[in-house]
Design a protein around this ligand. Structure first.
Ligand SMILES: [Zn+2]
Length: 295
């Protein structure tokens, strides 16, 4: 996700069908139920949720989110967060769950920002902890923007390891402190990026020894992204996805993949990256996936 920006940042409507067709050719697409409000309240301030539910928001809050309030903003938040919850249930039952949306990692407990109203991954992670179905959760955030909301929400939660690899000189400009932050300079390419994963992220993750993984597979690390400042090649993004997902599969860790940000100038490149993430997940986990979505 990223900072408020012109409408052209989003995948044009005419490209949504090819993305869904490509996904449906790989695995069954299922609609997920909306998130119950009670689960959102376990992470977000109930007063904040009540105001947004009722449309009692200010211009300043709308500007921080990047959208004007409408009932659709609330519906999309519940739908996308419900899909991440469904993917979480899938991961528990078959090892892998996928949300074709999700990854709204800028949402804080008490405010919305950066296209993020509800923090879907934080809500599902909290549900796993509270229900006793996981006790050491890795949130590996490889979106090009720092996962500031997630970092703040779990700042004092030792059972969650927040890792963010992101462009240093990019939104959010006031960053939170994750358990591990890897800020990268503008223009970082494949070799330096993958090296950071191998040398800096892998040892910390191994030492934490998670029992559940959320992977935010942001496609905004790709060269040509309008809101990213890194320069991974399509092959580099695929190698990133393969590294993460093969490691999780080999370790036998239930894993949820969410798509997070992607605003490429070339919609075909964005679709190819998204489908590459699906292929990486299916390749790593075999054909047992049962994805939630579209969100
Ligand atoms: Zn992003």
């Amino acid at each position: 996700m990223g900072s408020p920006a012109p409408r052209r940042q989003f995948l044009p409507r005419e490209f949504i069908a090819p993305l869904l067709d490509g996904a449906a050719a790989r695995l069954p697409l299922l609609d997920a139920p909306d998130l119950p409000w009670a689960l959102a309240e376990a992470v977000h301030d109930p007063a904040f949720l009540a105001r947004w539910r009722d449309g009692r928001v200010t211009r300043i809050e709308e500007r921080a989110l990047g959208f004007a309030w409408s009932p659709a903003v609330v519906e999309r938040g519940l739908g996308s967060s419900g899909a991440t919850l469904a993917a979480t249930r899938d991961a528990l039952s078959v090892g892998l769950g996928v949300n074709l949306g999700g990854g709204t990692h800028h949402a804080h407990a008490g405010h919305a920002e950066g296209f993020s109203f509800l923090n879907d991954v934080a809500i599902s992670a909290r549900w796993l902890l509270d229900s006793g179905q996981a006790s050491r959760i890795l949130i590996l955030d490889l979106d090009v923007h720092q996962g500031n909301g997630t970092a703040a929400i779990f700042a004092r939660e030792e059972r969650v390891l927040t890792v963010s690899v992101h462009a240093q000189n990019n939104y959010p400009f006031r960053k939170e402190v994750s358990d591990l932050d890897i800020p990268l300079p503008d223009g970082t390419g494949d070799a330096a990026y993958l090296n950071a994963l191998d040398r800096e992220v892998a040892p910390v993750v191994a030492a934490f020894a998670p029992d559940f993984v959320y992977y935010l597979a942001g496609a905004d690390v790709l060269e040509g992204d309008q809101l990213g400042k890194l320069a991974l090649s399509p092959a580099g993004v695929r190698r990133r996805d393969d590294r993460v997902l093969r490691w999780a599969a080999r370790a036998g860790l239930p894993t949820v993949t969410v798509m997070a940000g992607g605003y490429n100038r070339d919609p075909h490149a964005l679709i190819a990256a998204r489908l590459g993430t699906l292929d990486a997940a299916l390749g790593a986990f075999g054909c047992a996936a049962s994805p939630a979505g579209p969100a």
